[in-house]
Design a protein around this ligand. Structure first.
Ligand SMILES: N[C@@H](CCC(=O)N[C@@H](CS)C(=O)NCC(=O)O)C(=O)O
Length: 205
């Protein structure tokens, strides 16, 4: 299997970390989205949306990180994606929430307050920061309350849901994402940070 990815991207990390955690053989293909490689005709054949990550298994290609995570985790029996329809539905629920609500809020804040400066794309836009901060607090409250009663998001064990949600905090510290009042999130995130798979998928960029 080949994973087309951009290592600094939280969406790419979501796919990569599953393969690393499960020790799946994977050929990594670096796509430099800062150079526009996601818009080459060859890449657009793989993913017409022009985004990473993309997984290729033989002639079969899949894009969208949540789908890739589930496919990778279906290769071997494991507790990240257990063979139980209710647990899988709960995991998919958190992955859906992550893609639509949590991810955009976190990524917008981290882009404005950190990535933008790294890429020399100017100062944070105060209006976007204000909007993203408000959205972040709304979703963080939901996550923090859930984690008050659960060590992990689903099934009291590490699953794809934790990886999906945690990857969006990749730049939380340098971006100053306001996690101070969310002790349950911080404790849970500290558990994820200790995983060798987390450390192995940290971008050097
Ligand atoms: N919903 C998609 C989002 C993928 C996405 O936005 N990837 C970004 C990197 S984080 C990308 O490749 N952007 C390139 C571009 O939009 O030009 C997923 O979860 O896979």
């Amino acid at each position: 299997m080949k994973l087309y990815y951009f290592p600094p991207s939280p969406n790419s990390r979501k796919a990569h970390i599953v393969a690393v955690y499960l020790e799946l053989p994977l050929e990594l293909k670096f796509v430099d989205i800062q150079k526009g490689e996601q818009y080459t005709p060859e890449f657009l054949q793989l993913n017409p949306t022009g985004r990473t990550p993309v997984l290729q298994d033989g002639n079969w290609v899949i894009w969208e990180s949540a789908a890739i995570m589930q496919y990778l985790a279906s290769q071997v029996p494991n507790s990240l994606w257990p063979d139980n329809v209710k647990i899988r539905t709960e995991i998919t629920r958190w992955q859906s929430w992550e893609l639509v609500h949590w991810g955009p809020a976190c990524q917008s804040l981290q882009y404005e307050k950190f990535v933008k400066q790294i890429l020399q794309e100017g100062d944070p836009d105060p209006q976007i920061v204000e909007r993203a901060t408000k959205a972040f607090h709304k979703e963080a409250t939901v996550l923090n309350n859930h984690l008050a009663k659960h060590k992990f998001l689903v099934n009291n064990t590490l699953t794809l849901a934790d990886f999906a949600v945690a990857c969006d905090l990749t730049y939380a510290v340098p971006a100053g994402v306001p996690l101070e009042t969310y002790s349950n999130i911080r404790n849970w995130y500290a558990l994820i940070e200790q995983l060798p798979a987390w450390q192995k998928t940290a971008s050097q960029a």
